[in-house]
Design a protein around this ligand. Structure first.
Ligand SMILES: Cc1cc2nc3c(=O)[nH]c(=O)nc-3n(C[C@H](O)[C@H](O)[C@H](O)COP(=O)(O)OP(=O)(O)OC[C@H]3O[C@@H](n4cnc5c(N)ncnc54)[C@H](O)[C@@H]3O)c2cc1C
Length: 313
């Protein structure tokens, strides 16, 4: 039976569990066993029941952010289990771990995969290339394991199985001692994660002059605020609300794009959105062709008028 290993980033558990869907697509038509990898069992059991087996690295000296040690341990595990595929979330930690591990295992790495195409003869991993201007299809039939990082929020796995999971406590033999230590953990200022939002009110260059107004509208709609890179680069908001290729991929039910042009790098961050409303002075802006409703006009005027109307109701 084929085996697939999924690295579970303890800072980003849901996005790691969703990689089970990527594993299912890669191993379609094969019998396979899914292994989740954790360190020192710091994850709630309800998430672990999705895997066939959990390998728990049991060594208090190995921290979940310690890339050097994890590379050594996963290499050891690869020699023992001979995984057919190793799938890593494209989180901050995953992006550091994956290339190091691929070098160690002497295999290729397809980074930031957004789609998987499989037929009887080939496996094609799709990822954005040239700053998102094209989507590249990379066929992999080289040495195993197949290694990939997967962009967050693009695959969906429904957490409902809660099957019996085999727990393997693994005590590694040899690994590099950590050269970094975690001294302090500070809560991020932002109380929400735009990747989880159901309604996003998003501002761009056309709302730059009064970006703060957008928060009022978002409050009235029980929504959260996000932004294009133009807003971030102008110092109006923190990078963790940036949507797009170098920001986050979002999938709300409603995305209200205020003064956003719809540059390809921005649109790369919009996935499975049910409704897009855009407000733009230019009805030919690229975002308009992707929108369900287009309002032609000034973004901030629109925000003020709608906020007033909602206040009155
Ligand atoms: C490698 C790379 C990565 C990138 N990653 C990202 C990314 O992750 N996310 C991202 O967003 N961008 C990213 N960019 C930048 C991207 O190319 C665009 O420059 C950016 O998205 C433009 O933001 P914008 O559409 O909000 O602003 P602008 O380009 O300034 O567009 C403003 C829009 O608002 C309209 N407008 C102007 N005034 C008004 C008004 N008063 N009322 C209503 N509408 C008005 C205009 O018609 C226009 O459509 C990246 C670029 C590169 C090279």
């Amino acid at each position: 039976m084929k085996k697939t290993l999924i690295y579970i980033d303890q800072e980003n558990i849901i996005n790691s569990i969703e990689l089970l869907e990527a594993a299912r697509q890669i191993h379609a038509d094969q019998e396979y066993q899914s292994f989740g990898l954790i360190t020192n069992q710091q994850i709630e059991n309800k998430y672990l029941g999705e895997f066939d087996s959990i390998i728990n690295i049991k060594d208090q000296n190995i921290k979940s952010y310690d890339q050097l040690a994890l590379t050594d341990v996963i290499e050891e595990l690869q020699n023992k289990y001979q995984f057919e595929s190793i799938i890593i979330p494209a989180t901050h930690i995953g992006r550091m771990l994956a290339p190091r591990l691929a070098m160690r295992l002497h295999v290729g790495l397809v980074a930031d995969v957004t789609e998987i195409k499989k037929d009887e003869k080939s496996l094609e991993l799709i990822r954005p290339a040239f700053s998102g201007r094209i989507m590249a299809g990379i066929e992999t039939n080289a040495k195993k394991p197949i290694m990939l990082t997967v962009r967050q929020n693009v695959f969906t796995h429904h957490i409902d199985q809660n099957k019996e999971v085999e727990m393997v406590n693994y005590q590694p033999n040899n690994y590099n001692k950590a050269e970094i230590d975690l001294l302090e953990k500070k809560q991020c200022e932002l109380s929400y994660d735009i990747r989880e939002s159901e309604i996003l009110v998003s501002g761009g260059g056309g709302a730059l002059k009064d970006f703060e107004q957008i928060k009022n509208l978002a409050d009235k709609l029980n929504a959260e605020v996000s932004a294009s890179r133009k807003i971030i680069d102008n110092g109006k908001a923190s990078r963790n609300i940036q949507v797009g290729q170098s920001g986050k991929t979002v999938s709300p039910e409603l995305y209200i794009a205020l003064g956003i042009s719809g540059a390809i790098e921005h649109v790369a961050g919009l996935k499975n959105i049910e409704n897009i409303i855009s407000v733009n002075i230019n009805k030919n802006a690229p975002i308009c062709s992707l929108s369900d409703i287009v309002v032609v006009g000034d973004a901030i005027e629109f925000v003020k008028k709608l906020t007033n109307k909602l206040e009155k109701n």
